[in-house]
Each structure stands twice: as structure tokens, then as C-alpha cells.
Design a protein around this ligand. Structure first.
Ligand SMILES: Cc1ncc(C[n+]2csc(CCOP(=O)(O)OP(=O)(O)O)c2C)c(N)n1
Length: 629
């Protein structure tokens, strides 16, 4: 009787993988790929990264006993196979949806997720923390960090390597090397990995094995082999790849084919048995097994829903995105001024810098996933008379708080920060919402903080920022603009001057960025109820248009502030400070923004609605200030 073919649905937990035949593991790999492609084609997600680690994840769960043993995924955008193997198949179709499975690892989602992430380069330090805790406790669980070659470019990863090599803790780092970050990986380390990839190890190993076999056939051969071993230890550093890791205190194993499950199992078994820290260098193909993703891993790094047969995205863009408008505006500015340089931290496409890169390749610097370096590097460029523009997602610039203060603002250097994805971003969830930047920027001396109400104003603000000669930032949301006219020359805005979009006598709605348009819609709704609301586009969060706000507060006695960011330390908080400083604490104020909690994943409309950041929510807040007389 022939055995029934294995089905993915039979794998309820990693324990079900133990003892499976190689052919069964390969059959599972095929089904997992199928499931990931089917699901991500509907939900969107990190398709290419996940297709690249199917065999690696199967091998890890075959060798390890999670949840006792710990797997710590870097960024953790590649955790879909891990989720499928650890009891989450039934909810897999809710991936990245509101109240569904997270697109990343999450401690409160599963006991198999010992550490959550979303930002890069954290896994080695976190794994070392688990290893140290284990050693202090005297237990013997195995600790494995999985980090991509892209995430390895981040400074935190180097700090982790440095400390792990020094402590000599038993832990394994699997380096998942697919030569790609989102775009092609960059940096000297990446070139080093390319050298290792050039298959030097097997060549050397083979030559050495041939020589050993030959010597063993000779009289005295055995002692010659021993002498050769001693000698080769001495010359190893000169010729054997992986020595970078070995010199840092790691045992280096690899490179190996990261799609060969049996080889992977074999090497991982060795790695977790070896004492001290071990690096396993696995070579994988991003997008493996789905042709459109293999051919274009960059577009399929983070895919929106797509048609499986063609690989084409189902998303239709009607208007240009903020990122694209920013990229164009930067190109136009750079045509006039050759001191302008663009810096991105591994986000050429996401930030719209790719078009600048095509036009001005020598003035575009992709520093890798290294936001701290990006900012201090920009400070150096600015100190040397250049005009650096750091184009970065709001959430990732959190990394660079000290660099903003210590390297840029303290020295009052003209670095421009273009903060993309500011506000609620959607399905990527709490690690990715850009809701802290107003708070982390506005209290730093010398920093000008702006938010455009639409893509045309974004152009003006970039122009203004580049003309200031001091640190400046502008924040704008993910996705399409408002669809306004873009064909005019950008204008410099008067710093610290807001724009009154609508006059009104009963209350004033002070809105930041695109919320100004939502506030206008709310004001129209309120007008039908005989509530006459003024609408102000704040433009500058710092410096505030103090005169205007004080005047509005005196005239109406009622304010609503609206911002797509945290309330603590935000724009509304700045308005409250201003009112208190001017003896206007009697003003009735409603602040709309993100309360003191992390925003979950979900469609932006749902999330914004939850915090009252839509016309209905703004109108409701206006009614509250009107009724609290
Ligand atoms: C601090 C930080 N900066 C930027 C990103 C955006 N980002 C997500 S994945 C990624 C590339 C990661 O490349 P790699 O680690 O090689 O993983 P791969 O997707 O190639 O498997 C980047 C830049 C991030 N998550 N965290």
C-alpha cells in the first residue's frame, strides 16, 4: 500500500514535521509556496522575501523544537512559512487585515514568536539577549537569529555581531543572502558576501580533500596530513572565506544552497550543536518558485494584490503619489542647484528617489538599511556645503533621533528631511505607522517642521526647506495625492505662517497636512447645521503661527486640532501650550489624533475613522466643542 501524499493541513505544529521524508518536506515546500502566492495575491504582502525562505523555514522547524527553542526573524517580513507551520493556517487568509494575522512576528500572536519586529537589524541583539538569559538560567534551549543580507547592513546588526562574538554565546545566526535588500543590496559587506558566494569555499574544500586523499595513500602520509592541518590553520586567514566572521569570534558554515532542504537540515544540526556563536550562510533566491517575483523581486518585495497568472498588480493609480511628486520636485530643484544630493536608506523606490537616481546617479546615495548613518552622513555633507535631502519613512527615522539632535540640529546644519509614509500606513501595522515624527521633531531646537495639505504644497515646502539654510522637515502621507494641479513653479512659503482655508465665527479647526481637506469637508457638513467653522491649514507645526491661533482662540473661544500623529507631544499639544502661555486656557479645545496606544494594522479608512480623523470625526469633535458651553 502506498502512503498518502502529505498535506500542509496535516501540519498543526512543528512537531508534525519531525521524521518526515525529504520528498515529503519538498512536497510541503510546494504547497506552502502555493498557499503564500494565493493568499498574498489577495491580501498583498512581502511575497518575494517569503518565497525565498520556504526551505530554510522548513529546515529550521525540522531541526529545532519551538517554542522552547527560539527563532528570531529579522524585520520578520519573511515569517509567512513560519506562521503556516506554527498553527496559524486557519487564519492565514486574514494576513495583514484589520484584527487579522500580523504580517510580522508578534509575541501576543503565538508562543512560537518569541520576538516581534518590523524594523530591520534587531535580530542578532535580541537573540543574544535570549542566549544570555538562557545561560543565566542554566537551561539549554537553542537560539537562532535569521537575518537577510539587507538587514545586515544596519548598524544595530554590527553592534549585535560585535557583542555576540565577544560574549561567545551559543547561538546561530542564519544569514539569508539573496543579494537583495528591497533593491539590489549595497555596501562593502555586500561585496564581501559576493566574494563568499563566488563558491570559493567548496573549491578550497574540494582541493583540500583531494590533497588529503592523495597524501593518505603515501607512506608517512598521515603525519603530512596532520602537518598540513596545522599549516592550513595558519594560512586560513589569508585564503578561506568567512574569515571576517571567524575573526569576530563566529564559526562560519557555508555558503550553502538555501533551497536544498537536506543540506540545510544537515548544516543547521551541526550549527546548533557547535559551541559558541555560529554563522550559517545560506544562499537563496528572492521570489523563488513564482516567475514574476523571481524576475522582478524588487516589485514583489512588498506587493499589493495581484493577478497570479500575469503577476500584474490590481491596484490602479488615478493620481500621482506623494512619493512620486516629491521625487519629481527634487529632480527639478537639483537641475538648478548641483549641491543637492539625495540620500535613501534602502528605500529607493518607496521614497520616490529612484527617478532622482536615474537622473543624478552620482548625487544619489543609497546607504543601505542604515538610517542613523544616513543622518550623520547628511550632516557631514551639509557641513561641507552640500544640500542633502534625506528621504526616509517617518517610522524608520525614529532610529535617528540622536543624530537629528546631536549631529544636525545642534550644529544648525541645512539637512532636509523628507518624511514619507507619515501618518497611518495601513496593513503593515504598528511597526510602520508614521505617527511619532511630529512629536520627535517639534521639540528639537533649530528644526522647522512642515506638513503640506496636498501634493502642490509639498512642492512648495520642499522648495522652502531647500532655501532655509537650517534643518527642515516635511511630512506627507502614503499613497496618492489629492489630485490638484501641479504644473506651476514652486513658491517659497513664509515660515511660520498658516493658511486660512475658510473663515468662520463659531470655532476654528486647525488641521495638519492632508487633514486640512478633511476639515474642509467637515466644515461644509457643519454649515448645514448652522455651525460656522473656520478651517486653518497649519502648514508649520514649528514655528506655529502663534498670532493666528491666538487670534482665532480669542475670537471663537473654541478650537479643534487635527493631526495624523500621536497626541502626546503633537501639534494639538503645541496649541495647548501656546494657549496656556497666553492666558487662554479657558478656550474649549478638542484634540484629534492618536491616543496613547499603538495603532494596529488595517485599512487606513478604518484606522483613521477609529481616531476621528475623517470628516465625520472632525464634525463630531466640532459639535462637542460647540455643545460644551
Ligand atoms: C530600520 C528599517 N529600515 C528600513 C526598512 C524597510 N525594509 C524592510 S525589508 C527591507 C530589506 C531587507 O532586506 P533583507 O534583510 O535582505 O531581506 P529580504 O527581503 O531580501 O529577504 C527594508 C529596507 C525596515 N524594515 N527597517
Amino acid at each position: 500500500m502506498t502512503a498518502m501524499p502529505i498535506k500542509l493541513e496535516q501540519i498543526k505544529s512543528p512537531a508534525d514535521l519531525k521524521g518526515l521524508r525529504p520528498s515529503e518536506l519538498q512536497a510541503l515546500a510546494r504547497q506552502i509556496r502555493e498557499k503564500i502566492i494565493q493568499t498574498v495575491s489577495k491580501t498583498g504582502g512581502h511575497l518575494a522575501s517569503n518565497l525565498g525562505v520556504v526551505e530554510l523555514t522548513l529546515a529550521l522547524h525540522t531541526v529545532l523544537e519551538t517554542p522552547q527553542d527560539k527563532i528570531i526573524w529579522d524585520v520578520s517580513h519573511q515569517c509567512y512559512t513560519h506562521k503556516l507551520l506554527t498553527g496559524r493556517q486557519d487564519e492565514f487568509n486574514t494576513l495583514r487585515q484589520y484584527e487579522g494575522l500580523a504580517g510580522f512576528t508578534k509575541r501576543n500572536e503565538s508562543e512560537h514568536d518569541p520576538f516581534g519586529a518590523g524594523h530591520g537589524s534587531t535580530s542578532i541583539s535580541a537573540a543574544l539577549g535570549f542566549a544570555k538569559a538562557r545561560d543565566l538560567r542554566g537551561t539549554d534551549e537553542k537560539i537562532v537569529a535569521v537575518i537577510g543580507d539587507g538587514a545586515l547592513t544596519g548598524g544595530l546588526a554590527f553592534e549585535g555581531l560585535n557583542a555576540a562574538g565577544h560574549l561567545g554565546a551559543d547561538m546561530t545566526i542564519v544569514l539569508n543572502d539573496n543579494e537583495m535588500s528591497i533593491a539590489k543590496n549595497v555596501g562593502a559587506l555586500s561585496s564581501h558576501l559576493a566574494m563568499l558566494r563566488a563558491n570559493v569555499t567548496p573549491t578550497i574544500r574540494r582541493a583540500r580533500e583531494d590533497l588529503t586523499r592523495m597524501l593518505e595513500r603515501l607512506p608517512m602520509g598521515q603525519s603530512m596530513v596532520m602537518a598540513m592541518d596545522r599549516f592550513s590553520d595558519g594560512v586560513k586567514g589569508m585564503v578561506i572565506p568567512g574569515m571576517l566572521f571567524e575573526h569576530l569570534g563566529f564559526t562560519y558554515l557555508g555558503p550553502i544552497d538555501g533551497h536544498d532542504i537536506l543540506d540545510l537540515i544537515d548544516i543547521l544540526e551541526q550549527a546548533v550543536r557547535l559551541p559558541g556563536p555560529v554563522v550559517v550562510h545560506a544562499l537563496t533566491t528572492k521570489g523563488k518558485g513564482y516567475r514574476p517575483a523571481e524576475e522582478d523581486p524588487r516589485s514583489f518585495h512588498s506587493a499589493s494584490p495581484f493577478d497570479i497568472s500575469t503577476g500584474r498588480s490590481e491596484r490602479v493609480r488615478e493620481r500621482p503619489t506623494y512619493s512620486a511628486v516629491f521625487g519629481d520636485a527634487l529632480c527639478r530643484a537639483a537641475e538648478e542647484d548641483d549641491s543637492i544630493v539625495a540620500i535613501t536608506a534602502a528605500m529607493l523606490d518607496g521614497t520616490g528617489v529612484e527617478c532622482f537616481n536615474r537622473r543624478f546617479p552620482s548625487r544619489t546615495i543609497d546607504v543601505g538599511l542604515a538610517e542613523e548613518h544616513a543622518v550623520t552622513f547628511a550632516a557631514g555633507l551639509a557641513a561641507a556645503e552640500m544640500k542633502p535631502v534625506v528621504a526616509v519613512y517617518s517610522t524608520f527615522l525614529q532610529r535617528s533621533y540622536d543624530q537629528i539632535i546631536h549631529d544636525v540640529c545642534l550644529q544648525n546644519l541645512p539637512v532636509v528631511f523628507a518624511l514619507d509614509r507619515a501618518g497611518v500606513v495601513g496593513d503593515d501595522g504598528p511597526t510602520h505607522h508614521g505617527v511619532f515624527d511630529i512629536a520627535y521633531m517639534r521639540h528639537v531646537p533649530n528644526m522647522t517642521v512642515m506638513a503640506p495639505r496636498d501634493e502642490a504644497e509639498l512642492q512648495d515646502m520642499l522648495f522652502t526647506a531647500l532655501s532655509l539654510g537650517t534643518p527642515a522637515s516635511l511630512r506627507y502621507p502614503r499613497g496618492e495625492g489629492e489630485g490638484v494641479e501641479l504644473d506651476r513653479e514652486p513658491e517659497a512659503l513664509e515660515v511660520g505662517k498658516a493658511e486660512v482655508m475658510r473663515e468662520g465665527e463659531d470655532l476654528a479647526i486647525l488641521a495638519v497636512g492632508t487633514m486640512a481637506h478633511r476639515a474642509m469637508e467637515a466644515a461644509e457638513e457643519l454649515a448645514t447645521e448652522d455651525i460656522d467653522a473656520a478651517v486653518v491649514n497649519a502648514r508649520f507645526i514649528k514655528p506655529l503661527d502663534e498670532d493666528l491661533i491666538v487670534q482665532m482662540a480669542r475670537r471663537t473661544g473654541r478650537l479643534v486640532t487635527v493631526e495624523e500623529g500621536v497626541l502626546a507631544g503633537g501639534f494639538g499639544a503645541a496649541v495647548l501650550e501656546l494657549l496656556a502661555d497666553n492666558g487662554l486656557d479657558g478656550t474649549k479645545v478638542e484634540r484629534l489624533g492618536i491616543s496613547d496606544e499603538f495603532v494596529e494594522a488595517g485599512a487606513p479608512e478604518i484606522l483613521l475613522g477609529k481616531y476621528g480623523l475623517n470628516p465625520a470625526g472632525i464634525a463630531a469633535a466640532a459639535r462637542r466643542v460647540m455643545s460644551s458651553d
